[in-house]
Design a binder for this molecule. Structure first.
Ligand code: HPA
Length: 275
């Protein structure tokens, strides 16, 4: 734990040196969802490998760099590439970048992901704003000694995803003519995709979309008192009675196709997030 605290601090200090005016908003871009960030809008790019103490991403579709980007005139940190439990990282390592953002003074976190649609009426290629989550990963990033300076031992999770931010996202979707579903995201550890019986179970449990990320990050962000918005890009339909075989390549391809819609939504939203 001591080591983790030191790594987080070291990483935050090195980023703060490169970027003395840290933005208050950060964006995590999930699998294949980074393409909409225009090269010209990137003010600073720090490869994860150059940040002391930062883990290194191993998955295809995850570039692995912290960006300082300008979205319609608003500066944001962008974590382009994230870490997953299925890569073998523990939950503390998966969420280490969020801790670093917290120490840098980020107060609003927008976490995006690729997810399978469990709701039968949600379409492939659609977007869903998270109303709540179910943690089925079997891990919690807050296990172990609590660091009081970071947050409380037993943080409240009655409202993980900020209703005001959700409302702003719905308004932004209206402005850009983008349909935006609302629903519950369930996180599983992966990397295997769900069987029909697992898909049926997740739906019965109340989930509308399933993926392998976001929940550990959202828990840590709430632990640190950040406002959180979650957005899923629905890359495939995951329905128990008509399961189609799905591959990671297809998920990435579909994420790439959804990136434009996600980008349009975020461009409409980010300048209007408020404090
Ligand atoms: N299941 C789990 N994770 C996913 C899926 C899915 O169907 N689609 C994208 N990520």
């Amino acid at each position: 734990m001591q080591q983790r605290m030191e790594d987080v601090k070291k990483a935050a200090d090195s980023i703060a040196t490169a970027c003395p005016e840290a933005p208050k908003t950060a964006l995590i871009l999930g699998s294949g969802l980074g393409d909409w960030v225009e090269e010209g809008s990137i003010r600073l790019r720090i490869p994860y490998a150059d940040i002391p103490g930062f883990p290194v991403s191993t998955v295809k579709g995850h570039a692995g760099a912290l960006l300082l980007a300008d979205v319609q005139g608003t500066p944001v940190f962008v974590l382009s590439g994230r870490f997953h439990l299925y890569e073998g990282y523990d939950a503390g390592t998966v969420t280490m970048p969020v801790r670093v953002l917290g120490l840098l003074g980020v107060t609003t976190l927008i976490a995006t992901n690729a997810a399978g649609a469990l709701h039968p009426l949600f379409a492939t290629g659609g977007l869903m704003v998270l109303t709540d989550h179910i943690n089925m990963t079997g891990h919690n990033p807050l296990t172990g000694p609590n660091i009081e300076a970071w947050g409380p031992r037993f943080p409240d999770m009655s409202q993980v995803y900020c209703p005001a931010l959700r409302e702003k996202a719905m308004q932004a979707a209206l402005r850009c003519g983008q349909r935006l579903e609302q629903g519950v995201y369930v996180a599983v550890a992966g990397p295997s995709l769900e069987t029909p019986a697992e898909t049926r179970m997740l739906r019965i449990l109340g989930a509308d979309a399933v993926g392998m990320s976001t929940v550990p990050e959202a828990i840590v962000a709430r632990h640190m008192g950040m406002r959180v918005l979650g957005i899923s890009c629905l890359t495939n339909k995951n329905l128990p009675d008509c399961m189609a075989p799905t591959s990671h390549e297809e998920i990435l391809d579909q994420a790439g196709r959804s990136a434009a819609a996600l980008g349009a939504l975020l461009r409409a939203l980010i300048p209007n997030l408020g404090g």
